[in-house]
Design a protein around this ligand. Sequence first.
Ligand code: GDP
Ligand code: IMO
Ligand code: MG
Length: 435
Amino acid sequence: MTVVAVVGSQWGDEGKGKVVDLLTDAADLVVRFQGGNNAGHTLVVGGESYALHLVPSGILHPGKRALVGNGVVVDPDVLIGEIDDLAARGVEVTPGNFTVSASAHVIMPYHRMLDGARERPPAGDCAGGRVVIGTTGRGIGPCYEDKASRQGLRMGDLLLPERFSSRAGAALLEKNALFRTLYALPEVGLPELEALRERWAARLAPFIGDARAVLWEALSAGRNVLFEGAQGSQLDIDHGTYPYVTSSTTLSGGACGGAGAPPRSLGKVLGLVKAYTTRVGEGPFPTEVAGPFGERLREAGREYGTTTGRPRRCGHLDAVAVRTAVALSGITSLAVTKLDVLRGLGPLKIAESYRLDGELVRHMPPDIRDLARCEPVYRDCDGFGEDISGARRLSDLPGAARRYLDCLEELCGAPLGLVSVGPERGETVLLEKFF
Ligand code: GDP
Ligand code: IMO
Ligand code: MG
């Protein structure tokens, strides 16, 4: 039995979907444990592109099981849409190969409304202190808030009409007061939510169950389990660039609370590192390049959000951020993606440390006020002009690309496990046997 957790080591969109899909070949079970449909994981198989937001990326492999753990927040309409879209493309999602935890929280329409309203702060004095995060607008934060304040509705509640109605009714008292008094939004009626519950339950009931039990059974039967993280280390609610973060634990440890995995079961942790850095939404980004280099990266890497279509901010690789992720998630090896995108971009740079008040710092400061005063200290690297998408071994890569990887490995502080040189499954240099 091997358990591998795949986590982002930057600000998300590192290519987790591609790598999870690739590793699923040898896995039996693939598990999402946090986040929701703020995630957008793209995989390209046989020239066809699939964008998944909730269903784990392993689903494309016949004969494998996929779980959505209790730590995920689920928008039922998005889940139903994803199941239908996959079916239309010949990928069967059935109760036999897919289970959603009954304890996963439901993203309700009022969560999306609140998310949107908070991102449009009112003008004037009362706007003071409120921050615009640039969220995906999917209701993620408000849903996790209700989970923490114990006002949430869980997937299992969709199957219990009376309990659903009384809990939804109680939640509406507070939400509608906010909509009325603070946000000038229309109130939400209970009958509207009850009708949704009926429709959601009719479609999703066969999938709702005890996902933990499926996981524990797989672990005790010695199966190979793959955890699919969403977002990235720097978007973690505690250790990221707070408040410009998401609302869940994006680190490998999240698989414990978010799926019921015993901590000692986590074997390998694969940290995904895009060969440069991107970020969507607001918040600090020390190695961001606003000029032509950043624009060329965006075009070459097609850096537009899978979920919202927003242009991603682009910049140099930041080894300080990745090194911090290595420490936080216990990353045992690195999967470097999109190395091919750096082709022809000229000389490259990697931030090896930051200068803060005259001192060199090697990890991300925990407070963004300090981060704002950090100046990246760069290591210069040669660029390369060759097309590397056909590389399948390190020795197929040009010298400059290999030196870039050597430098990345040294500065980030973990060994390379694989290098991705294109979006397709096969466009990969595999350096480690994961299962
Ligand atoms: P995720 O959220 O971490 O799963 O990443 P996204 O799917 O949001 O973004 C990664 C994008 O890069 C997707 O469009 C992938 O198809 C693509 N991709 C992944 N690996 C590579 C690679 O090595 N090279 C290139 N050119 N594209 C890649
Ligand atoms: P994947 O799994 C990149 C960002 C949003 C915003 C912040 C908070 O595809 O890597 P939220 O909607 O979660 O409350 O937004 O987090 N964000 C992501 N950025 N990739 C993601 O997921 C993201 N999920 C959330 O842009 O800055
Ligand atoms: Mg993404």
